[in-house]
Design a protein around this ligand. Structure first.
Ligand code: BJW
Ligand code: ZN
Length: 242
């Protein structure tokens, strides 16, 4: 592990173009629950009951309750050293792309300027009537929030299973994966597509890929270095001078 850390640190220090692909593990130390694994959101809820357009169509009150609960919980969370290290990396590099699956907004709070939130944001609401999408940070939403312009039902501005990711954001993420010299893959179980494939794309295009996770993932066999541990401990070490 110390050798792997050194190798990763040296490659990162030399790189001019870097991309990071983040998952729920990055926010875990801020107190945001992950999805899979012990204590994860899917331990007590089935994704198909809460995170699909069909679930919302069947029971929007149930789905909204779950999202309101998460908005409230996350409103009390602060960025942790992993978020701060990623914001610092962006300041150091001319070309840095932060691709995040997280919908909690903590990267922006940590100072990251342009995270590609490929699974959307809990803090944006979209109208099913007129399609208007805007930021809304209220914690006292009614059971079924409605659009001020057309009265249509509002939904969370996140990407559910079976839905397409935003084309432009995904395109920028693919481009960053293809162009980067180092990719950091942090705190993601790497089972949800197409996000998980971004690491393989970076590897195929010649990047040095570093995984940071508490445990092995389906990507571990393909990456150059796998650093096992907490993102909030490892990322600051990766950025520290040699
Ligand atoms: C730590 C740590 C610490 C903990 N430090 N580490 C190809 C093959 C098979 C299926 C598909 C496919 N292409 C598409 C699909 C279907 C589907 C999919 O991938 N299914 C698989 C699960 C089987 N994908 C989709 O539907 C996507 N849409 C799409 O592709 O459209 C086109 C299409 C549709 C249908 C068929 C084919 C094509 C959309 C995916 C949307 C995912 N949405 C969610 C919910 C977002 C909204 C919300 O938050 O409510 O996104 S699901 C959930 O999983 C969330 C996450 O962003 C996502 C990924 O999870 P993540 O971030 O990896 O978290 P965890 O919890 O899984 O892992 C945490 C990790 O951290 C663990 O590894 C820990 O060890 C680690 N960790 N603490 C470091 N301190
Ligand atoms: Zn509307």
């Amino acid at each position: 592990m110390p050798d792997d850390l050194e190798r990763a640190r040296a490659r990162l220090a030399q790189a001019r173009r870097v991309a990071a692909l983040c998952g729920a593990g990055v926010s875990a130390e801020s107190g945001v629950p992950t999805f899979r694994g012990p204590g994860g959101l899917w331990e007590n809820h089935r994704p198909e009951d809460l995170a699909t357009p069909q679930a919302f169509g069947r029971d929007p009150v149930l789905v909204w309750r779950w999202y309101q609960w998460r908005r409230e919980l996350i409103s009390r969370c602060q960025p942790n050293p992993a978020h701060l290290a990623l914001a610092e990396l962006e300041r150091r590099l001319a070309e840095f792309t932060l691709i995040t699956q997280n919908v909690d907004g903590l990267h922006s709070l940590a100072g990251s300027r342009a995270p590609l939130e490929i699974h959307g944001s809990l803090w944006r609401l979209r109208c099913l009537g007129c399609g208007d999408e805007r930021e809304d940070r209220r914690l006292d939403l009614p059971d079924l929030p409605r659009c001020g312009a057309c009265g249509g039902l509002l939904r969370p501005g996140v990407v559910w299973f079976g839905e397409n990711l935003d084309h432009d954001l995904l395109e920028r993420a693919w481009q960053a994966a293809e162009a980067c010299q180092v990719m950091l893959v942090i705190g993601t179980s790497a089972v949800v597509q197409p996000a998980a494939s971004l690491a393989c794309t970076a590897k195929r295009a010649g990047a040095f890929v570093v995984e940071v996770n508490l445990e092995a993932t389906p990507n571990t066999g393909q990456v150059d270095v796998s650093l096992l541990g907490r993102a909030g401990d490892i990322l600051p070490l990766l950025l520290a001078p040699a």
